[in-house]
Design a protein around this ligand. Structure first.
Ligand code: CA
Length: 425
């Protein structure tokens, strides 16, 4: 067993499911909700290799009855809401039961039930697997905040005085979070030189590469960062779509509003916090030391490399691969998940089941490795060249954005978050 994981992350574990997508070994088992071809109702599932394991089929067959009298309600419904609201011990029991079902040495292999429960992921689509409670978007990358400060306030100190004292964030719009495969270009107010704004389609549609944690069982604040992280159910990719021209006009003095609220895309698979344990790292040094209520977690960072790929509509129609446009390590984020949550709860607020807390854009100082186009193209002044010969300042209609992320450690089996893929329409 790995020193920082439990039996479900043991590198020696193998599954009877045929080898496939390396994002999804038996050590991962991320949760999602799938709609199988020809059906309309979502089923809960975990990703394994090239397949999704339909937990609804297994729960109704009684496979998980040993978990308790409510086992069928936990996994047989159309969302994770019942499971997320439970305590961490139950999350671990469920994960162990699924892991046990998939282990190579179990008797389930090749059974008729297993054949019904395994569905090729290309024969299903993912939908949002839980009811979103609150949605908060943080701003926890020192490099992103520095890059953006330089672009938005040239000549000034790029970081505002509060940045190193608290995890800056704002409440976003929970109702427009989805797992949709497209994003519609929004209309809004855009400043003009005349002083009278126009109402028009954004000309500066951007992505923001983020990771989001989803909280479970409610905890009332105030709480420590160590305690806060016990409420984390899992982590998923998140794309915070941003209309920069609308944002520039509306954001003073209260921050982003309609330039962000039109759509936020969540990745299809939620990697449980227990699957991420082997990839915990020492937290980044913080200067100045945070106030006591935000005391740093010693091992609050995760070694997760995330990437963005882009392809034009023309490249898609010719079947060409996407261009990798950035790769960043989330282990470098300044504020940890535990500190973010401790901050949210520090005024007495409760962390609720199904809340989504996004990291903020993950960037490195080199614009080549930044999680947004506003950084990558320096607000459109340094165009990005795609392999089809066209250039981008911001996203064009037909462009397809793909986010991916992987956690690695020399002593653990690497795991991935799948692909968050959405096209601009
Ligand atoms: Ca953001």
């Amino acid at each position: 067993m790995h020193e920082h994981g439990d039996a479900t992350t043991d590198a020696a574990l193998a599954t009877w499911v045929p080898a496939g997508d390396p994002d999804f070994p038996i050590q991962n088992l991320p949760y999602g909700a799938i709609v199988r071809d020809g059906e309309t109702a979502p089923h809960l599932a975990v990703a394994i290799g090239d397949y999704a394991l339909d937990l609804g089929v297994l729960a109704r067959a009684g496979i998980f009855d040993a978990l308790g009298s409510d086992a069928r309600a936990l996994l047989g419904g159309s969302s994770l809401d019942v499971l997320i609201a439970r305590e961490r011990a139950m999350w671990r029991s469920v994960r162990s039961a699924i892991s046990a079902y998939l282990r190579a040495d179990t008797s389930t292999r090749n059974g008729e039930l297993a054949a019904r429960a395994l569905v090729l992921r290309r024969d299903a689509r993912n939908v949002l697997p839980f009811t979103v409670g609150a949605y908060v978007d943080f701003y926890s990358s020192l490099e992103h905040a520095t890059n953006l400060g330089r672009i938005l306030r040239p000549g000034d100190e790029p970081l505002l005085p509060n940045w190193r004292w608290l995890p800056i964030g704002y409440h976003g719009r929970a109702s427009t979070i989805s797992c949709d495969s497209s994003v519609r270009r929004p209309h809004g107010q855009i400043a003009r030189a005349s002083g009278v704004p126009e109402f028009a389609a954004t000309r500066k549609l951007d992505y923001e590469l983020e990771l989001a944690c989803i909280t479970g069982n409610g905890i009332a604040g105030p709480i420590t960062a160590e305690r806060a992280r016990e409420s984390v159910f899992g982590v998923a990719l998140l794309c915070d779509w941003s209309a920069r021209d609308m944002q520039a006009w509306e954001y003073r003095p209260l921050g982003p509003f309609l330039s962000k609220s039109f759509a936020t895309t969540l990745g299809p698979w939620i990697v449980s916090i227990d699957a991420l344990e082997p990839f915990r790292r020492a937290s980044r040094a913080q200067d100045p030391p945070p106030l006591p209520h935000l005391a740093v977690e010693p091992r609050g960072a995760f070694d997760i490399v995330a990437s963005i790929s882009l392809r034009s509509g023309a490249m898609s129609s010719r079947g060409e691969e996407s261009d990798r446009v950035a790769e960043v390590n989330a282990g470098g984020l300044y504020w940890t998940i535990g500190q973010q949550l401790a901050h949210v709860a520090s005024n007495g607020t409760t962390l609720r089941a199904g809340d989504v807390y996004a990291s903020g854009t993950i960037s490195e100082l080199d614009p080549q490795n930044s999680g947004s186009l506003i950084e990558r193209t320096c607000d459109g002044t340094v165009p990005l060249r795609l392999s089809d010969g066209t250039t981008r300042t911001y996203l064009e209609d037909g462009d397809e954005v793909t986010l991916a992320a992987h956690a690695r450690d020399p002593h653990a089996v690497a795991i991935g978050f799948g692909s968050l893929c959405a096209r601009v329409i």
